[in-house]
Design a protein around this ligand. Sequence first.
Ligand code: SR1
Ligand code: MG
Length: 420
Amino acid sequence: MDTPDLYRPLTPETLGERLSGISAVADRIGADPSDWTVREVGDGNLNLVFIVEGPKGTIIVKQALPYVRLVGDSWPLPLYRALYENHALVRQAARDPGAVPEVYHFDEDQALIVMEFLSPHKILRRKLIDGEKVAGLGTFLGTFCARTAFRGSELSMKSADKKADVSLFAGNVEIPAITEALVFTDPYYAAEMNRHTEGLDPVVADLRTNAELKAKVQRFLMKFASNTETMVHGDLHSGSIMSTDSDSRVIDPEFVQYGPLGFDIGMLTANFLMAYFSQPAHRSAETLDDFQEWVLSVIAETFSSFEAEFTRLWNTERTGMLYPASLFEDQGQASDFACAGLLQEIRNEAMGYCGIEMHRRTLSLAHNADFEEIEDKQLKRRLETRNLLMGADLILSPESYGSTDALVKLARQFNKKDIP
Ligand code: SR1
Ligand code: MG
């Protein structure tokens, strides 16, 4: 995998000199780099992230590294992923204005994006672990998922534009390959980079010997890899959302690809369910029920907002070649039932992706802090077991949980389940 000759990773010491001539930067933080304060704050799995503060303001500089930061240079990863992230941010901003950070500057050779600094936003996963509620969260996320799903598909886009975009994003090969392996495959066999909490072996063995479950997961992988319904964020977890107590934004779409309509909302739901199941380790008994119920209410609000916004767009922006008015409204026939049927299919498939994400975050390489920060290993094992078992139910029978009531009921059942 070649790294372009011009590329040099930034350091806090070199960033000032390297970015000083860029007018988009100077306009926002001031022109003299000797007045800038630079901090590298990247704590994700892949990139460098700098907060650069100057007399006029603050910006974020995100730069791709030519390898997976979490693992090291033994796992090379192409820099061109920054190009796709930039394309994704531009499209998401157009499809859901204000939902993602504004891009100020993109440098393809340096694989870097200069963008809006969100403040006082914090990573949502941190807020969920700390028990901090976010007003309007489900509405924001459901609306974001609906707008990006609908407006990135041929329900809305001209076919020529959508097909050109599918072809553009098809160049992003290695990033989907990470998801195909880490999310859909590795959890279900003894892959080299896997790890799981001590004592989980019997549950893990049950999953890995369940041929029906593995076949269902592979069917979901086939859809993920070959279904180009819409442009998906591709990694929509609570670490890809930044929030204050009442405002949220979606960040970090470098796993963007064309994929199934239900993928993002399914992955997102998994991350709320993992926040839910891990709460007994993070909350006192007095606040536990209230916070857990709030997390479930966010899931419910996300789906109801998704469906409301998707339906609104169906009725007002259905300008693509799919489900055209010529077949329905123009013949005096309503198409509501077709919209409702499609939404039900999206919900059902979302449940499958949800269950798979619940498995991979506890079994393969990239675990999440919700569980990882639990020091009591027995408690961690018990809570992760609830999560794994519910994930299996969702994968095996996604259509049984295609309503919010059924999903929430199942989560409450597993949350009460005695695990020895
Ligand atoms: C090697 S990358 C591991 C994970 O980090 C990203 O955030 C994605 O979730 C990916 O699966
Ligand atoms: Mg990320």
